[in-house]
Design a protein around this ligand. Structure first.
Ligand SMILES: [Zn+2]
Length: 239
C-alpha cells in the first residue's frame, strides 16, 4: 500500500515518532501480559500536532512490534507502516476526532467489562483505583458487533461523551486518556475493578465510593508513572 504524505504530517518513519512507537508496543504487551487483551484489542496514540494516529495493525497485542504499527489519519486513510489496519480502526479515529484533548485510546475485549456490559448492575468505583470514573461508573454502548464503520465509531464516541471509559455491550470497552501510559493504567484498573465488583457483589450490595469521596481523591490530579513502571517490570525481558 502506498503511503500518502500530507503537509505538516510527519512520515511514519520520522525518528520523532520512535519513542511513541516503542511506548505503544510496550502498552500492547502490558495488556497481553495482564490478561486483558487476549488475541484482540489495540491501543492508539495521536500523532502530536497532526490529525493522525498510530495504532497496532491487524495482529494480536502480544505480537506487537514497531514494524507492526500503522499510521492512519482521522478519516482512516493509510499514512504508513504495516499495511493492514485493525478491523476496528473507527474506534480510534472517531474518538480522537471527538475528543481533541485526549492523546490515546485503548480498545480491549476485557472479560470484566464484557460481563458488566450485559448485566443490569453497573461497574462502579469501590477502590481509589477507580477514581477516574464517575460514581455511576462508565456508560454502556448498546450496539453489539465490531465497530468497523465511522457511523458506529461516532455512536460509540457519543456514548463515551466526555468520560474516561465506555463499556461495549457483549464486546469489551474503550478507554481514553492524556497519554498512552494513563490509558494503560486506566484499562488495567477498570479490569481490576470489574473483578473486585464481581467478588464484592457475591456478598451483597457494596458500599460504593460516593461522588463526594471521589472528588476528594481527584483533588490530586497528578498522574504518577508508578503503575506504568510496575506493569513494564512484569514484562521481564520482553520489550
Ligand atoms: Zn473489539
Amino acid at each position: 500500500m502506498a503511503s500518502s504524505s500530507r503537509a505538516g504530517m510527519p512520515a511514519f518513519d520520522d525518528p520523532k515518532l520512535d519513542a511513541l512507537k516503542r511506548t505503544l508496543v510496550t502498552a500492547c504487551h502490558i495488556l497481553d501480559r495482564e490478561g486483558i487483551a487476549d488475541g484482540y484489542g489495540h491501543v492508539s496514540a495521536r500523532v502530536p500536532g497532526a490529525a493522525a494516529f498510530l495504532t497496532l495493525a491487524n495482529v494480536s497485542p502480544g505480537c506487537a512490534t514497531v514494524e507492526r504499527l500503522i499510521m492512519l489519519d482521522l478519516e482512516g486513510r493509510y499514512l504508513g507502516g504495516a499495511e493492514s489496519p485493525p478491523n476496528e480502526w473507527p474506534i480510534h479515529a472517531c474518538i480522537l476526532k471527538a475528543r481533541p484533548e485526549i492523546m490515546s485510546v485503548a480498545h480491549t475485549h476485557s472479560k470484566w467489562s464484557t460481563i458488566f456490559s450485559v448485566l443490569p448492575i453497573k461497574l462502579k468505583p469501590i477502590h481509589h483505583y477507580g477514581k477516574f470514573l464517575s460514581a455511576d461508573g462508565p456508560p454502556v454502548y448498546e450496539g453489539v458487533g465490531l465497530v468497523r464503520t465511522v457511523e458506529r465509531g461516532n455512536e460509540l464516541a457519543a456514548v463515551l461523551g466526555n468520560g474516561p471509559a465506555v463499556l461495549m455491550r457483549a464486546h469489551g470497552d474503550a478507554v481514553v486518556g492524556e497519554s498512552v501510559e494513563q490509558v494503560i493504567e486506566r484499562t488495567t484498573r477498570l479490569a481490576m475493578l470489574g473483578e473486585w465488583n464481581h467478588l464484592a457483589l457475591l456478598h451483597g450490595e457494596p458500599k460504593y465510593l460516593t461522588a463526594g469521596e471521589l472528588e476528594v481523591y481527584n483533588a490530586d490530579q497528578r498522574f504518577p508513572m508508578r503503575g506504568w513502571e510496575y506493569f513494564v517490570s512484569r514484562l521481564g525481558g520482553r520489550r
